[in-house]
Design a protein around this ligand. Structure first.
Ligand code: NG6
Ligand code: CA
Length: 520
């Protein structure tokens, strides 16, 4: 037998050591996984029952359903507020909107509501290497008070964390009816400057009152100022003819911008955050002719089908660019549904059996559940196990949650890091949440909802929505009674007292609207 050579043995040992340590080096040097892109799809006034994954039968939304059924569908997901501006404020700042007295529905001339020194979700993501963009509805104010629409408008979304913005200033029913990209009105002719005023008309300019014969859509309440494309709007506007948007092309317009953004970002290595803020089904409902009559429910149903199609196209773009496996899609709505929100558009007449709020009570503007409880979905191909979560989550929590996903430990005091819940790794939601509706507030804690007594109409007549106002306390067990039919305030005084105390602790005894409310 040949004697083993000690050198060969030593050589083997060194080689083995090298191989092992090389192996370790490989593991250590392995590139960290690329940070996921985040696409937040934010609908405007879409109700809990408007998505067929939430309530099947009356309207089919296959592309929203693909996200819901292939991702996590939250049954207790909330917008912070029952109207748009406060919800968007809370989403971007992680702050309860009732802490800011100006966070209410803004006119198109309002100054930027978010301070340029304020912490925002896109700022945090930028700090983590993200490119950030908002495309669609803004409605958080622009400028500092008096805006010259013919110059660069500043500050704008780019001053609160967005690298890129392509927006409408306020709502589709408010002037100015133009797109604004990175602070500048798109397609503006300097010889036809834009003037905007919310208090008085410009001399000689037609309005819905002076020239009703020019209208292609009739107003029901409000909406009787300047006429653009035959549609009467809120606010007066003069000039800017070449810059005015085409209402029926708006869906295609914003989709095209979002697709181009995604395609551009797909070429590089930088992760991105896209807030895609769609206008549907807010008024005026102006489906592209491709969708007119498709739902049988009039324009409101038609624009929901249009929005669904847009989401399908956006999904395809992510797929074609190979981004689906590395993109978290979050889908939600800024507040609950409304039928007649100021125009005659058959939303009431052609509703049929459809219930936009699903099993919930109330609607947009309301303290009842349908005001703030909205479709809420997280979708991440290959990462999120399809399922349903009953955890209480809110849009306020996205700031801290998405920050942590992106690798930041920044957060805002009202925003809870629920990232594990959004990814389906945990069932734990918020303990408590103070929702806001038309400057009034109420407390959700556990399965319970407490609405303090408020003055005001029980039903807001114009929109025909139950507001939640009552001279008495209201207490509901939402698990047993999602439709808020049985007020347990009298039969369960201990629970009521506990909720009132918790509400006071969060709201602060003397803050805001609560002054008007007599608490025990
Ligand atoms: C209301 C408008 C309503 C809608 C809402 C804002 C009237 C009478 N009603 O004041 O049509 O524009 O503001 O909706 O003007 S939100 O979804 O942007 O909050
Ligand atoms: Ca809205």
């Amino acid at each position: 037998m040949k004697k083993s050579n000690p050198f060969v043995w030593l050589f083997g040992l060194i080689a083995a050591f090298l191989i092992q340590s090389c192996g370790q080096t490989t593991v250590q040097e392995k590139q960290p996984e690329k940070k996921p892109n985040i696409v937040f799809i934010y609908l405007d006034d879409l109700g809990y029952g408007d998505v067929s994954a939430y309530q099947s039968g009356t309207i089919q939304t296959p592309n929203m359903d693909r996200l819901a059924n292939g991702g996590l569908r939250f049954t207790n997901g909330y917008a912070s507020s029952a109207t748009c501006t406060p919800s968007r404020y809370a989403l971007l700042t992680g702050t309860y909107p009732w802490r800011n007295k100006d966070a209410k529905i803004l006119p198109g001339t309002a100054p930027l509501l978010i301070g340029t020194d304020q912490l925002t979700l896109p700022k945090i993501l930028k700090g983590q290497g993200y490119h950030t963009a908002v495309i669609g509805k803004w409605h958080l104010g622009l400028g500092t008070g008096v805006v010259d629409w013919n110059q660069e408008i500043s500050p704008n979304p780019n001053h609160v964390g967005f690298d890129h913005s392509h927006i409408m200033a306020a709502t589709q029913d408010r002037v100015p009816t133009v797109y604004i990209e990175n602070g500048r009105v798109v397609n503006l002719d300097p010889n036809d400057p834009i003037l905007v005023n919310y208090d008085q008309n410009f001399e000689g300019e037609p309005t819905a009152i002076s020239n009703p014969e020019m209208l292609t859509m009739k107003w029901h309440h409000g909406h009787n100022n300047s006429i653009v494309n035959g549609i009467p709007r809120i606010g007066f506007m003069k000039g800017g003819q070449s810059a005015k948007w085409s209402d029926e092309d708006m869906a295609d317009h914003f989709l095209g911008k979002a697709q181009a953004y995604i395609q551009e970002k797909a070429k590089g290595d930088q992760p991105f955050f896209l807030l895609f803020a769609m206008q549907q089904p807010h008024v005026p409902r102006t489906p592209h002719p491709r969708f007119v009559g498709k739902s049988g429910m009039g324009p409101r149903g038609d624009v929901i089908l249009e929005a669904d199609w847009v989401i399908g196209e956006l999904y395809k773009t992510l797929e074609e660019q190979g981004l689906l496996e590395n993109t978290l899609i979050v889908f939600s709505s800024d507040n609950g549904p409304v039928l007649n929100d100021g125009y005659y558009d058959d939303a009431v007449e052609k509703l049929g059996d459809h219930t936009p709020a699903g099993p919930l009570r109330g609607g947009k503007y309301s303290l009842y559940e349908a005001g703030t409880r909205v479709p809420f979905i997280t979708y991440w191909k290959g990462k999120i196990q399809p399922g349903v979560s009953d955890a209480v989550v809110t849009q306020i929590d996205l700031l801290s949650s998405l920050a942590s996903l992106a690798g930041s430990d920044q957060s805002a005091p009202d925003s809870q890091n629920l990232m594990d819940t959004f990814l389906g790794k945990s069932q734990e939601g918020r303990d408590a949440f103070v929702l806001e509706a038309y400057t009034k507030t109420a407390l959700r804690a556990g399965d319970w909802m407490m609405i303090p007594p408020y003055p005001g109409p029980e039903v807001e007549k114009n929109v025909n929505i139950e507001m939640g106002n009552s001279p008495n306390y209201q207490l509901y067990n939402l698990k047993d009674d999602p439709g808020q039919k049985n007020n347990l305030a009298e039969s369960n005084p201990e629970k009521l007292e506990e909720m009132v105390q918790q509400f006071k602790t969060i709201r602060g005894e003397n803050s805001g609207q609560i002054d008007q409310v007599e608490l025990k």
